[in-house]
Design a protein around this ligand. Sequence first.
Ligand SMILES: Nc1ncnc2c1ncn2[C@@H]1O[C@H](COP(=O)(O)OP(=O)(O)OP(=O)(O)O)[C@@H](O)[C@H]1O
Ligand SMILES: N[C@@H](CCO)C(=O)O
Length: 324
Amino acid sequence: MSVYTSLSATEVVELLARFELGQLVEYRGITAGIENTNYFVTTDQEQLVLTLFEHHPAAEVEQFVAFARHLGDTGPVPVPCPLADRSGQWLHEMAGKPAIICHRLPGDHVERPALAHCHAIGAALAQLHLAGTSLLLERPNNRGYDWWLQMPAQVSSQISADEQALLADELAHQQAIRSEWLQLPHGWIHGDMFHDNALFDQQGEQPVLGAILDLYNACQDAWIYDLAITANDWCCEKTGEWRVAEREALLAGYQSVRPFNALEQAHWHNALRAAALRFWLSRLLTRQHQAQQLQPGNSGQMAISKDPAELRHKLQLRRQDSRD
Ligand SMILES: Nc1ncnc2c1ncn2[C@@H]1O[C@H](COP(=O)(O)OP(=O)(O)OP(=O)(O)O)[C@@H](O)[C@H]1O
Ligand SMILES: N[C@@H](CCO)C(=O)O
């Protein structure tokens, strides 16, 4: 679990006092997530989630929250939207960090996504992409291509010589296809559509998507890259081997709303490689940050970490697939 910033009951009560959300009953750190600090907050009226952004400045939070609010207003996709206080303000500061409060959305995490979950998330992702086309706001991917190129300098001390060679070779490949990549259909993407960022309700036999969470990597990039991030997490084993039927269900769900064009078909394998590369790198970086943040004297209590090697291995498999 990750609670990098501990909050006292007094701090939570002071924040709630600005809202019409009732009196604090209890609050507790959330046992998931690796980037931000999250608390479940229960009042005598509401079930809420309080998020403190550990890396994003307030101006950036405003941008991805604009996307969440846009989806909330226009889209068929359920997402958490920050609640406004009595003065209409939704962005707050706690412990020197940007903070928001959202409703706690219904549903549970799925341990191992099945065909119906994969189909549903594919369709929802395509709907999210299309809904984003009417949002007139620019937000480039700050963990996209330019960021990947800076990463060897940041992470080389953490990885072996073989891994450094793998990274260099993959970056060269992504550089070689860059001009075609830029021709792919682009728009707003979720940017982090792992299965721990979705909640499902069960209605009879059928799982129903309750929420898509964690829009804190939302930005503009190639749409199939977003789907590739999803496929690499939802539709394979942790060892990277495809669960083929689940992958096909994801693709069918997506394309039931928004079919691929020919260039997207041609670059699907490159998108899978790019998606694995991005999360290998970000997990390496998160591990570095956690080591710094959790040193004695810092206020954080606990942190989970996700294994960078899982994504490095997936990258190796996707590279093999694209050569076969
Ligand atoms: N609005 C919400 N409704 C219900 N549960 C929520 C909500 N927001 C967050 N959660 C819970 O908190 C967990 C962590 O939230 P989130 O994924 O946003 O954190 P994070 O640190 O940004 O995560 P990540 O590591 O994926 O970046 C979620 O997996 C979910 O269980
Ligand atoms: N979903 C990411 C963490 C948050 O960006 C991962 O699994 O590495």
